[in-house]
Write a protein that binds this ligand. Structure first.
Ligand code: NDP
Length: 310
């Protein structure tokens, strides 16, 4: 597939974020191939909400392949407060990137969705065919619908022009260069930041829920390797869930225990409220080692505390 256009020129939008930095590292550490050019774009080089700036980036870099990660991303509370902004910014970013990819003859685009695209009321385990079967959860519908529209765009491009653009659906991710904001970040980075502070200040660690809630966590470097596989090998328009197998599902307590152990936190852990529910996105094709990944992430956060996003 890549052979038909010579060595790939891969433009990674959102190249400065959690996943973008992980892909950059994996490419540098042997994932890239001879002759390939990888370009990691940040919003400082091009604001992809703007059609003009997106066009200029495509004119400059002339990619043959695109990994599309750029998005307005936030935790639950920010999503709830700003559904309109999440909808509009992400719809513009996605439309600009997919439209320019088509216009510039990009062979393949791998975009990034999120598990929140799935219907709120659903049966488990969830699979890729269920994305449009009902409304997403009300709290972050702006972000969720904007992500769903990537799939609509991909399918229409295939139907009208035969383009094979696809998307991946990762579960909860964590790693270096994440957004560690306690209120607006995701589960793992928020927990890492809170535990770091509890240890530093000699205070108890307060966590939400009983810890029984089940989650599937994926390390950003494992996800990055899977992105490369999808880019090189996966030949469908249908999105693909990138997760861990059901046997690797963890409770939130497992995650708390791993972070507490990684930091050597010896204080009290207090549970505030029970928020237990099951989230299970089944894909048995991946496996990874959780604790070393958590330890590496906690070490990175402690070493980069002053400059980390938080
Ligand atoms: P980050 O928040 O770490 O990074 C977001 C990236 O998008 C940054 O590189 C940022 O650039 C870029 N960006 C944001 N707005 C714009 C804009 N207007 N123009 C150009 N670039 C922009 O995100 P993640 O790496 O965590 O997420 C990557 C993808 O994965 C996203 O599509 C996200 O929706 C999805 N996802 C993330 C999950 C998670 O747990 N983190 C879970 C599921 C899906 P800059 O930093 O230069 O501003």
């Amino acid at each position: 597939m890549d052979g038909s256009v010579g060595p790939m020129r891969v433009l990674v939008t959102g190249g400065s974020g959690l996943v973008g930095r992980a892909i950059e590292r994996v490419v540098k550490e042997g994932g890239g191939r001879e002759g390939e050019k990888w370009i990691f774009l940040s919003s400082k080089e091009a604001n992809l909400v703007s059609a003009q700036e997106t066009r200029a980036a495509f004119e400059k870099h002339r990619p043959t392949h695109v990994i599309h990660l750029a998005a307005m991303v936030g935790g639950l509370y920010r999503n709830m407060r700003q559904n309109l902004d999440f909808w509009r910014n992400n719809v513009h970013i996605n439309d600009n990137v997919l439209n320019m990819s088509h216009e510039f003859g990009v062979v393949k685009v791998v975009s990034c969705l999120s598990t929140c695209v799935f219907p709120d009321k659903t049966t488990y385990p969830i699979d890729e065919t269920m994305m449009h079967n009902g409304a997403p959860h009300d709290s972050n519908y702006g972000y969720a619908y904007a992500k769903r529209m990537i799939d609509v765009h991909n399918r229409a491009l295939f139907q009208q022009y035969g383009r094979k653009y696809t998307a991946v659906i990762p579960t909860n991710m964590f790693g270096a260069h994440d957004n560690y904001n306690i209120e607006d970040g995701h589960v793992m980075p928020g927990l890492i930041h809170k535990t770091y502070l509890a240890k530093k200040e000699g205070k108890p660690l307060q966590v939400w829920g009983s810890g029984r809630a089940l989650r599937q966590f994926i390390y950003s470097l494992d996800l990055a390797r899977l992105f490369l596989w999808v880019l090189r090998e996966y030949d469908e328009v249908e999105p693909i869930i990138l997760s861990v197998g059901e046997e690797d599902e963890l409770t939130v307590k497992d995650a708390v225990d791993a972070v507490v152990e990684a930091f050597g936190f010896e204080g009290e852990v207090i549970s505030i409220r029970d928020a237990a529910f099951k989230q299970c996105f089944f894909n048995s094709s991946t496996n990874f080692s959780f604790f070393p990944a958590v330890k590496e992430t906690c070490d990175w956060f402690a070493a980069n505390y002053d400059t980390a996003r938080k």
